[in-house]
Design a protein around this ligand. Structure first.
Ligand code: OAD
Length: 256
């Protein structure tokens, strides 16, 4: 019973914040896709598993062993190929329809926000379904299967194709990250959903929002470095919690 009233109190508080705000930015991480069946990165069961990230997701790794890197990305593509957005993704797509300004800033490369119907999406770390040239960065086709033993080459410069994701040691697209900071700094409320908030520059966005006056809300079953800094931090799964918040916001919008 106490459990139920804790959640309903949190839902109401967050819904009220959203109702009283014009601009909202949301940072999402692997946790929002966990309920769709996409593994998160960290932890024993995490995607990085026994590898160090740099061993699989870096230019050095690709140069040393492109076959191994493509085998890993093909496995991840396969994992992500069959998954569908969950109620957490749908709740964010619904909020975009209700709020005057609403942006999803995601570290995820799975494309599930778009599939759920969100329109204002900033993909900080790229998209695993796209390929680009390792040399000239030209985009080279979406959902084109790659044979790790015979990696296709760029039609422009002949470089090998790689996934269009940001690897360790690489810069984020400046247009995308600058827009993410701008939307965060203008936000009245900033939601951090399903991220361990340890990888920068993404992890700096909540702080940038907060220092410009946004209320900071975190939704995560586990505490993170943001927890003590957040105005509200809820220990919950986003696919269970977010739809209830949206329901309250929607009821209120309907009354208004
Ligand atoms: P992590 O794997 O670091 O963190 C996932 C977070 O999701 C954890 O804090 C979990 O507690 C939380 N979580 C798990 N299930 C959840 C659920 N049902 N609802 C809400 N939260 C849940 O993933 P990210 O924070 O996304 O970068 O990692 C950030 C970046 O590190 C990734 O984009 C990737 C990785 O290295 C690159 O590849 C460049």
């Amino acid at each position: 019973m106490a459990h139920t009233s804790y959640y309903s109190c949190m839902e109401n508080q967050i819904a009220e914040l959203l109702q009283n705000s014009r601009r909202c930015a949301v940072l999402t991480g692997a946790g929002i896709s966990a309920e769709s069946g996409v593994p998160t990165f960290r932890g024993e069961e995490g995607l990085w598993g026994k590898f160090r990230p740099e061993e699989l997701a870096s230019m050095d790794a690709f140069m040393a062993n492109p076959k191994m890197v493509w085998e890993w990305y093909n496995w991840r593509r396969q994992l992500m190929g069959d998954v569908k957005p969950n109620p957490g993704h749908h709740a964010l797509a619904d909020l975009e329809q209700i709020m005057p300004s609403f942006w999803v800033i995601t570290q995820n490369v799975d494309g599930l926000h778009k599939m759920a119907g969100s329109g204002n999406i900033l993909e900080l770390h790229g998209n695993i379904h796209r390929n680009k040239c390792v040399k000239c960065n030209q985009l080279c086709g979406e959902d084109v299967d790659i044979d790790p033993d015979n990696i296709p080459t760029c039609t422009h410069c002949g470089g090998q194709l790689r996934p269009d994701v940001v690897w360790f040691g690489e810069m984020l697209d400046p247009v995308v990250i600058n827009r993410a900071f701008a939307e965060s700094e203008q936000a009245d409320v900033f939601l951090s959903v399903g991220t361990s908030a340890v990888v920068h520059p993404a992890a700096s966005l909540p702080m940038a929002a907060r220092s410009e006056g946004a209320k900071l809300v975190e939704i995560n079953p586990e505490p993170t470095p943001l927890t003590d800094l957040a105005d509200i931090s809820v220990r919950a799964k986003s696919g269970e919690f977010l739809p209830r918040v949206v329901e309250i916001v929607r009821e209120h919008a309907g009354r208004g």
